[in-house]
Design a protein around this ligand. Sequence first.
Ligand SMILES: Cc1cc2nc3c(=O)[nH]c(=O)nc-3n(C[C@H](O)[C@H](O)[C@H](O)COP(=O)(O)OP(=O)(O)OC[C@H]3O[C@@H](n4cnc5c(N)ncnc54)[C@H](O)[C@@H]3O)c2cc1C
Length: 381
Amino acid sequence: MTTERTAVIVGGGIGGLAVAVALRRRGWRVEVCERATEFTEIGAGLSLWPNALRALAALGLGDRVRELGAVEAGGGVRDRAGRWLARTDNAEIERRFGMPLVVVHRADLVRTLVEALPGKTLRPATTVTGIHEDGDTVVAEHDRGSLRADVVVGADGLRSTARSLGWPGARPPRYAGYTAWRMITEPLPAPLASGAANWGRGERFGYTSMPGDRVYCFATATVPAGGAGPDGEWAELRRRFGKWAEPIPTLLDAVPEADVLRHDIYDLPPLPGYVGGRVALLGDAAHAMTPNLGQGACQALEDAVVLASCLDRAPDIASGLACYDRRRRSRTQDVVRRSARLGAVGQWSWPPAAGARDLAARLTPSSATLRSMTPILGWKP
Ligand SMILES: Cc1cc2nc3c(=O)[nH]c(=O)nc-3n(C[C@H](O)[C@H](O)[C@H](O)COP(=O)(O)OP(=O)(O)OC[C@H]3O[C@@H](n4cnc5c(N)ncnc54)[C@H](O)[C@@H]3O)c2cc1C
């Protein structure tokens, strides 16, 4: 007789919900504790690269998510004046990697994951406050009681409680030196010709199509952490980017003032391990990264598929968790480093350095750029 194996998941973001789906598909009983009163996401877009679409396919959700997303014909990098420095073609991404780059609304992805789980597995308004091992089990204490399981997965994000409890010596998240704004426009009368990221001096502004004729915009600026635009974020964005090349001013005009989100950008110094006893860290809790490669959630989806597969195939929990750590740690920490490097260069503000960067981008063939992404985008479950 086999006994049902159980997991408590701390955090019901993209990573936590995805691992819940992955474990349930392998016959595990799961409970997801989420401190917020509902399972949802902020009003912003999310790039899902071929590696993430393959992970979603392994969860049985690949087609559904592709239906919900927009596939831009192409994109690339422009300078502040709108001149192309480098171009990428989504058909070429699909030809090389078998899947395109898809942009979804975050809330749509979370809803799809939630719908793949029975309601009884979801515990909103439940904040985990303690985790301790008890014989062959592990107990997660929360603000309304406790839950016992074979494994606890800490998928509770950048400022993870699971990490601070189990990894007390871990270095705290580090500020990348820039802040990011995100916003979605109202529906536009005409579709975008293509997406792009425009590089300035210590500032960047990007945009990409979303379903429903909307456009997802994102911008960065080198500023001290914790600041805020004195007249509000919308005014700050118009001041910084309102005179950049079209379509940026038109897009800013189509953004509702109240919908601008701002978050300072952090990543996590590398942890020596993602597993401690019967606790595994996953997603941002394990390897929060800067958003420059659009890979944070993609890597969390990969983590979810690999953790479930390792736990399912291993003869015992300890070796299943060791397999997960072995297969995920160096890969994700490499993506953290690459993303940080790209962001540092993208934020260069000293004109000679930024000019050299732009020239290098202009001289690099798009095939070389895509080739350099192969280790990340070519991932298969
Ligand atoms: C500006 C920006 C743009 C980005 N763009 C992209 C992109 O295009 N593509 C991409 O792949 N990634 C992108 N990312 C990264 C991506 O958003 C994250 O990597 C991803 O959302 C991490 O998911 P997660 O589930 O690990 O953590 P989170 O989304 O942070 O979820 C953690 C959850 O845990 C809950 N929680 C926290 N503490 C507790 C507790 N003690 N008890 C119970 N619940 C708790 C929180 O409420 C939250 O719901 C971007 C990030 C930023 C900042």
